[in-house]
Design a protein around this ligand. Sequence first.
Ligand code: CTP
Length: 437
Amino acid sequence: MTTVITYGTYDLLHYGHIRLLERAKALGDKLIVGVTADAYDQERGKLNVQQSTLERVEAIKATGLADQVIIEEYEGQKIADIQKYDVDIFAIGSDWRGKFDYIGDYCKVVYLERTRGVSSTEIRAASNPMVKCGIRGINRISKKFFEEMQFVSGIEADCAISDDSDFEDCFDGRLNIVDSYDEFYEGINAVAIFDSIDRHFDAVMDALNHGCHVLCAGPLFMNEAEAKEAFALAEEKGLVIFDAVKTLYFPAFEHLLLLIASGHIGQVKSIDVSCSQIPSDFDPKKATKFDGALYDWGGLASLPIVKILGTDYKDIEYFVHREGEADLFTQCLIRYDDAVASFKVGKGVKTEGNMVITGTKGYVYVAAPWWKIDYFEVRHEDLRATRREFYRYAGEGLRYEALEFVRTINSGNLHHRLQSEEEILCEARIVEAFSNQ
Ligand code: CTP
């Protein structure tokens, strides 16, 4: 009895996969197929997979070629599987030639010729048109977004433009910088906006009017009326408005929200958040009011509060410390019916940037800087019951945001799964309350 094992993602199962499975099976008497878990694909940076683990497993089963299907969940599992299932032959496509030679210490390794002319990547590209993105605003953040976009298939940067005359080409000549909006909108179907908040609304409306989906750095809007107007136009045009608040798309943040929603810390009674930074080029004397702490951090700081306690707060109060026009330090209290939240934001001052979510059965502690969350602790009265959760993210994490943007556009559903329109309107109300001070 010869047992053969092979592994793959098998997204949108195609002829190349089937041929590989047939030849792998012909090498022995029993074929085990390892299908990568979603979380493992995410972890190894394979971010473009369209089908869920379950769908991919079902597709493999339906071929009737696999005698057993297993899930591959972590790096290093292959050796454990080979030992566990007493495998004689490890088979894999020739695109992996050389990469699995180390398995030769445990069983025979066979590289099978890859079928030419077909791949999941090509099928994905053919089923969805490329999102061609123009970048509006040339700065440190748009550069990061540009870099991270390279890891996501289905989206590519086409050109960039800046409303400021004295920008520095931070794309190192790798992106076409245009100087007229006619040129900018030619050939793009999405715009990523990384401009100062006072320019967001005009930039968003302009993009929508040119038939482009929008991704815009948060806080997206200065007030609720603007937000509503933009969403109405987006709806009419069938376009997506996406909040570029990267923490929302981090795997750990998503897990944190799920854990809280499942009642693990009981009823949430309070959320305390802080964010601060001393940028090297920040001079409060020269700063305008739009360069201050709240307009920089408000979208991010209010994110966990709105996500967890909801959009229906009762009142909001600000304590603002300004120096010149910009606020250096702003503290905000938001009262809900049976909970209270607070955030502190600082620019040109530094404080501990952690987050504590207090519940009736325990609390969640996220160490500074909480907005780069990859780890959190769930603590209870009984210290031994502490749960430590770790979910890594790749690179700067912005690739998850780009990925979700592409997925939302391709899904044909304007409303995306991680943030509702009402939540973005609520963010606008929180910013508006500050502006009205
Ligand atoms: N495979 C093959 N011929 C193809 C495509 C894939 O023999 N044309 C093999 C791979 O070598 C691997 C298995 O099928 O052993 C699963 O590959 P997977 O990476 O899931 O498929 P791809 O089509 O290569 O996916 P992607 O484009 O996402 O990399």
